[in-house]
Design a protein around this ligand. Structure first.
Ligand SMILES: Nc1ncnc2c1ncn2[C@@H]1O[C@H](COP(=O)(O)OP(=O)(O)OP(=O)(O)O)[C@@H](O)[C@H]1O
Length: 282
């Protein structure tokens, strides 16, 4: 199966500052891939290179089998969708008229508009002027705009950063449905719960360099201490390694009804990021 994204040795230098250094990664077709990193780690720069807005200083970048000379062509634009900090809407037009304009631009059927307004939970705002929308509502219109032409691959830069928990959950379900229908999603976020919930694989970006790349569950296993954390009714806090030689000890605690709570150590992606880079994912 062809990869959706192939990046080899990508570097981006702004003046004397290296924003991206030697990044190599692939995104498989059909995946939800999460690029995680704190502010300034290089997520947006990576996105801009992959969507043709910026050129890498060096390295190879391929998107849907096309190399960077094809970025910006109508074939490229018809196959990818973009939600970035540069995405914009016509402020004086209504939500519906904005989407109608983009439908026409891409030759997409107008029926797509109502399908997408439902997906982003904005049916009731269809006749509102964009300038009167909240930040979160605008973000959802921009997401609908990014998806209007049914792209094969979408690049979503912090797609839920302005959303309340209810709308965030709604958008997450929508993105999962979109992915189940075959769309590959390249998501940049610093929201670790979002990444854990949505992503098949995640990459940690820190100071422009990739630190880890794997499934959330493999990373959580890798950085687990493989121990049981036990609280007894007597108030003791025990940490017992998950090893055969400790079976009798655990058995004894169970038989004597001493266990009040017991759980395995399963670090969150945020805790792992902190362990790997010494930085919080914010
Ligand atoms: N056009 C530019 N000129 C100079 N430096 C830049 C430019 N764009 C980005 N940078 C620098 O490159 C680094 C990475 O920036 P980038 O916007 O990619 O980070 P980010 O991870 O997306 O951060 P955030 O989450 O805050 O958007 C930062 O140090 C930033 O200041």
């Amino acid at each position: 199966m062809m990869n959706a994204v192939e990046v080899t040795g990508m570097k981006k230098v702004f003046g004397s500052h290296t924003a991206i250094n030697n990044v190599t990664l692939t995104v498989k077709k059909g995946e939800i891939f999460g690029l995680l990193g704190p502010s300034g780690s290089g997520k947006t720069t990576t996105n801009k290179i992959l969507t043709g807005e910026l050129k890498p200083t060096s390295g190879e970048v391929k998107v849907l089998g096309m190399n960077s000379t094809k970025f910006g062509t109508s074939e490229f634009k018809s196959k990818i969708g973009i939600l970035s900090d540069n995405s914009s809407l016509y402020e004086r037009l209504t939500v519906y008229d904005n989407l109608k304009l983009f439908c026409k631009l891409y030759g997409a059927p107008l029926e797509q508009i109502d399908v997408l307004l439902k997906e982003v939970n904005l049916q009731e705002a269809r006749s509102k002027t964009v300038s009167k929308l909240s930040k979160g509502m605008k973000q959802r219109v921009l997401l609908a705009k990014a998806l209007i032409h049914k792209p094969e691959l979408v690049f979503l830069d912090e797609p839920t950063s302005a959303l309340d928990p209810g709308n965030m959950a709604h958008i997450h379900r929508g993105l999962q449905r979109l992915n189940e229908a075959g769309t590959t999603i390249f998501l940049t976020t610093h929201n670790m719960e979002e990444a854990t919930e949505l992503c098949d694989r995640v990459a940690f970006l820190h100071n422009g360099e990739l630190q880890e790349i794997d499934t959330p569950s493999a990373l959580r296993y890798k950085y687990s201490t493989h121990a049981f954390h036990v609280e007894t009714f007597a108030g003791e806090q025990l940490v017992i390694k998950n090893e055969p030689k400790n079976a009798d000890h655990i058995n004894e605690l169970i038989i004597n009804n001493q266990i009040k709570t017991m759980h395995t150590d399963h670090p969150t992606l945020g805790q792992i990021f902190l362990k790997v880079t010494g930085k919080e994912l914010v």
